[in-house]
Design a protein around this ligand. Structure first.
Ligand SMILES: [Zn+2]
Length: 164
């Protein structure tokens, strides 16, 4: 997502609103792939007398990843607020700052950083997901849950043979 800041450069000190959406690439976090919906971005930008641009606003999206307990698909709302300055003719290779040249600045790095920063550490399909415990409980007592034990049929067959 790009901002055309020529209006702001012509009127330092005046705020201009903007909004848009930006796609964010899948993120791998602690070995889990997190997929993000297109991110909604809105805010304002303003130039100072040196031509540096302050950009304030928020990012909102939904992230999807396997549930930490049961591995079913889970999703989480992700929102974050930003307030950054883009330095005019700053070094684009410097990771510590945001920089731009001319009259267009790219919000790609900013939007991705703020969305990824707000990701939950663990995804859960629901707040009280019991995970595999529920599954283990059921398989340990097949009679109660009605799950067919894989060897039940074989045992029955052996019993019948012993009776003969
Ligand atoms: Zn779950």
């Amino acid at each position: 997502m790009e901002l055309d800041v020529s209006r702001a450069l012509a009127r330092p000190g005046q705020e201009f609103p903007f909004s848009g959406t930006q796609a964010i690439a899948d993120q791998e976090i602690y070995g889990t792939v997190v997929r993000l919906d297109d991110c909604a971005v809105e805010g304002t930008f303003m130039a100072d007398d040196e031509g540096n641009i302050s950009v304030r606003g928020r990012v909102d999206t939904v992230a999807h990843a396997p549930c930490a307990n049961c591995l079913q698909e889970a999703s989480a709302r992700v929102g974050n607020e930003f307030d950054e300055e883009f330095i005019r003719n700053g070094d684009p290779e410097d990771d510590e700052i945001f920089a731009y040249e001319g009259h267009r600045l790219s919000l790609d790095k900013l939007v991705m950083s703020y969305a990824v920063m707000a990701l939950p550490i663990r995804f859960l399909c629901r707040e009280d997901c019991p995970g595999f415990e529920e599954y283990l409980d059921r398989t340990e007592s097949p009679e109660e849950s009605g799950i067919q034990h894989p060897f039940a049929g074989l045992r029955q067959l052996l019993d019948q043979m012993e009776e003969v």
